[in-house]
Design a protein around this ligand. Structure first.
Ligand SMILES: Nc1ncnc2c1ncn2[C@@H]1O[C@H](COP(=O)(O)OP(=O)(O)OP(=O)(O)O)[C@@H](O)[C@H]1O
Length: 251
């Protein structure tokens, strides 16, 4: 699905350069739920921007479904922490926005929008404006909006970090349902070890340092199984990720 091959990426800062990636390679299979975790500044968002086609690598190449990424693509959805909703549009209008800007006639998208509003628990608030919603509801609107476009790749940059603990857990379950139902390839950045292990079928632990490097990779085949959060495997995996992060921060 995704092939990152020997990519370099440096930010220019005045006269100097911040080399974030140097000869970095990564493969993500179709239907994987890859989670990126690592200390602040290690390059997680940069990798998402590269995958989204918002940044171009200075060397190497990225391919999605075999096609070289030269810019943004319609089937890649990107969800940010700040929701990105338009305050002057209602929930329903925000959700259908992507379809409307593609000039799809209302009769063709109305059913799909209604279905997703129900599925995401937004039906009762469909005429509300974003300012009238809780953080969890706003993030569900943002998710609903990108899902109406039937993406094949969902990129998420700390999408749940602004939410209270219980809302966050509910949305984690929702994300897991979406991933399992739609077999959607997802790449999620988080700072939460528990969230990484709860949502990632594979977890990539990145370390700070220039350039960024992978210090651990955990396959997590039990992800999505009911009651996983209460199992000893979940506890072992969170402990392992924590130890990698602690080790990676030494020095
Ligand atoms: N536009 C930019 N210009 C210069 N340097 C940048 C720019 N964007 C990011 N950087 C630097 O690149 C490095 C990687 O940043 P990035 O935002 O990808 O890290 P991150 O792991 O996502 O951090 P966080 O967890 O804090 O969001 C950091 O050192 C950051 O300061």
């Amino acid at each position: 699905m995704i092939e990152v091959s020997h990519c370099d990426l440096a930010y220019v800062q005045g006269a100097s350069q911040v080399k974030v990636y140097d000869d970095f390679s990564l493969k993500v299979e179709q239907g994987e739920s890859l989670v990126l975790i690592g200390p602040s500044g290690c390059g997680k968002s940069t990798l998402l921007y590269l995958l989204a086609g918002l940044l171009r690598p200075t060397g190497g190449e990225l391919r999605i479904l075999g096609e070289r990424v030269m810019g943004t693509r319609l089937k890649t959805a990107f969800i940010l922490q700040e929701y990105g909703l338009f305050p002057w549009l209602t929930v329903e209008q925000n959700v259908s926005l992507g379809l409307r800007v593609r000039h799809m006639p209302k009769r063709l998208y109305q059913g799909a929008v209604q279905e997703i509003l129900h599925k995401m628990g937004l039906w009762e608030v469909k005429h509300h404006f974003p300012s009238q919603l809780s953080g969890g509801q706003r993030q569900r609107v943002a998710l609903a909006r990108v899902l109406t476009l039937q993406p094949d790749l969902l990129l998420m940059d700390e999408p749940l970090s602004a939410l209270d603990a219980l809302t966050r857990e509910r949305l984690q379950i929702l994300l897991l349902d979406i991933w399992q139902e739609q077999k959607l390839t997802t790449v999620l950045v988080t700072h939460s070890i528990e969230e990484a292990v709860f949502l990632g079928s594979r977890i990539l632990v990145l370390a700070d340092g220039r350039p960024t490097h992978v210090i651990g990779e955990i396959l997590n085949p039990l992800v999505g199984q009911s009651g996983y959060r209460q199992t000893s495997e979940f506890f072992q995996n969170t402990s392992y990720v924590r130890s990698l992060l602690e080790g990676g921060m030494v020095g």
